[in-house]
Unconditional design. Sequence first.
Length: 104
Amino acid sequence: MIRTTIAAAALTAFAGPALAEMYTPNVYAYPTHENYCPAGLQPVTVDGTICCGTPNQHITYQQAISHPVVRRHVPKRVVRHAPRRAAIPLKGNDSYIPLGKGID
């Protein structure tokens, strides 16, 4: 049990930095007229967050998340109901509504 814990800790300690170097986030240029970043840097978007840096992508973040496919319009189904039948008055306040084949 102790050996397994030590092996897992050593693997995490040595493999962590190597895995971090493999992942480079997409840095997109942020289109703006104002530049409040230090010299040599420009506004960029990293995973949706605006900050200062140098972009490594040739398109903007908005262009990256937009999808070029035009969606097809599917019309809604119209449900039509049968017309209501008139009630046949009976004695008192009762009424009879014929159902199925019978009185029309």
